[in-house]
Design a protein around this ligand. Structure first.
Ligand code: ADP
Ligand code: MG
Length: 460
């Protein structure tokens, strides 16, 4: 069935654009084609609808060309996938609750399947490319490093340690590096694996007395990508095995890429020696994109998919989802799916009173005054102190952080921000914003503080 469908897909590939193919067709499967009763699995309800409405003719034709009898085609969305179940809940209006651990776990389950797939020894998902990764102020530094790694693997940024909260694009970016390097040199030996799967494979190999084979497999690599290393477990033996593999690859100038949702020295289970190795070439992070970046991501996504969505609708979604990019994408798909089901455009849907499932109306419920209060409280200052004339460095920083959040989160102009933080003119605000914008790229502590403050602002 797999090969049959592969041929059908090859045929379809020649008929549609590359982005359309990867959005709609790449993850589809032929489940059965018994006696002309064809069942095709699609990745979500949106794709399912598009298959029914738009691509049915094309699919029939491609099936027939491959000598598959077609009487009836049913397009289904596999009930086994978490994503699909989530989508079903979204459409029925139930709450979506996806905690960070759950998301990571889900991803590592998928990776596990890929890891053991002989046809795809790299374990990479071809969906993640550099071309479809949108560069914004939240990730530009990380992207420059990624590009440097692509140009010169194993050189300056080795290991490349990428950190950032869940759903912000770490996996996407590191897999994109792997895909791009493989595209340039198909002979390159690349392996992507989440750390927990590294462990289970290691344990298996010991039990099956294949320890030597296991370590050989890793030592032959040109590029090793380890995802979510925060899940490294305290088991000494496997940590030590990882440490040795790491050292061997490193000494051979093979590229190592690591992701984590925290800094190496903040991962409790990691031994100190390893922690210092992990970050020896520097750490780089991805942050939550601001409003403009969020719009850019959705706009790009809509363009690749050829989805019909008004810019105002994109702005509405970007304004409402401030948790992470994964949520942003799922809210976007939800709007498209619901609009499609109701036969209206996304903007019509929103204007008719549709309310966002994730973070509904957060931006509306936060006022400038609340932001100022939360920032002052975070820095242990009174609002009066923070918004006074003091030039003492920590007070000044607090004031500038307040300006920054008012600008990025509430989209307030510099003239409007000035009176809120007790400064006379908008140029002082502009300078403050510039300073934080620059500092935030290099100063992880400041970034974390701002993220924490944002959580406090939106948290309750
Ligand atoms: P993480 O590994 O940090 O938890 P992922 O890499 O899984 O996050 O990203 C979550 C989703 O957001 C993915 O579907 C990914 O393609 C998308 N995404 C994240 N950042 C970007 C970006 N800059 N441009 C386009 N899509 C992005
Ligand atoms: Mg990830």
């Amino acid at each position: 069935m797999y090969n049959l469908w592969k041929n059908v897909l090859e045929e379809i590939k020649t008929k549609v654009s590359a982005p359309t193919f990867s959005t709609y067709f790449a993850d589809s499967e032929l489940i059965t084609a018994n006696g002309g009763e064809v069942v095709i699995n699609t990745k979500n309800i949106f794709v399912q609808k598009q298959f029914e409405k738009k691509y049915d003719g094309l699919i029939r034709e491609a099936l027939k060309k491959n000598k598959i009898e077609v009487k009836n085609i049913t397009y289904v969305v596999s009930a086994g996938s978490t994503k699909v179940r989530q989508k079903a809940r979204e459409i029925t209006g139930e709450n979506i609750e996806e905690n960070a651990r759950g998301v990571v776990k889900k991803i590592s389950e998928v990776a596990k399947e890929r890891f053991d797939n002989k046809e795809n020894p790299s374990g990479l998902n071809s969906r993640y490319t550099m071309e479809n990764f949108v560069v914004g102020s939240n990730n530009d530094l990380a992207v420059s490093v990624a590009k440097a790694v692509i140009e010169n693997p194993g050189k300056r940024y080795n290991p490349f340690f990428l950190y950032g909260g869940p759903g912000l694009g770490k996996t996407h970016l590191v897999e994109a590096i792997g895909n791009e390097l493989l595209r340039r040199n198909p002979k390159m030996k690349v392996l992507y694996t989440p750390i927990d799967h590294f462990y289970s494979s290691f344990v298996n190999s010991i039990q099956n007395k294949k320890g030597a084979e296991f370590s050989q497999r890793f030592r032959k690599l040109d590029l090793l990508i380890i995802d979510d290393i925060q899940f490294i477990v305290g088991k000494e033996k496997s940590q030590e095995e990882f440490f040795h593999i790491f050292n061997d690859l490193y000494q051979l100038n093979k590229q190592i890429i690591i992701t984590s949702d925290r800094l190496p020295n903040q991962i409790r289970t990691v031994d100190e020696r390893l922690a210092s190795r992990l970050s020896s070439a520097g750490t780089f992070d991805i942050q939550m994109p601001n409003f403009e970046d969020r719009c850019a991501i959705l706009k790009a996504k809509a363009e690749w998919e050829g989805a019909n969505i008004e810019f105002e609708a994109i702005e509405y979604i970007a304004e409402n989802v401030k948790t992470n990019i994964r949520d942003l994408e799922s809210e976007y798909s939800r709007v498209l799916a619901v609009a499609d089901l109701k036969g209206v455009t996304p903007l019509q849907l929103i204007n008719a009173g549709y309310s966002s499932a994730i973070g509904g109306g957060k931006s509306k419920s936060v006022s400038a005054k609340q932001v100022v209060e939360k920032v002052a409280k975070y820095y242990d200052l009174s609002v009066k102190e923070m918004c006074g004339k003091s030039r003492v460095s920590n007070i000044k920083t607090a004031r500038q952080v307040a300006m920054y959040i008012l600008s990025k989160e509430l989209q307030m102009s510099t003239t409007k921000i000035a009176p809120e933080v007790g400064v006379k003119d908008h140029t002082t605000v502009m300078n403050g914003l510039k300073r934080i914008d620059t500092d935030i790229k290099l100063n992880f502590k400041l970034r974390d503080q701002i993220e924490e403050i944002k959580e406090k602002i939106y948290g309750n």
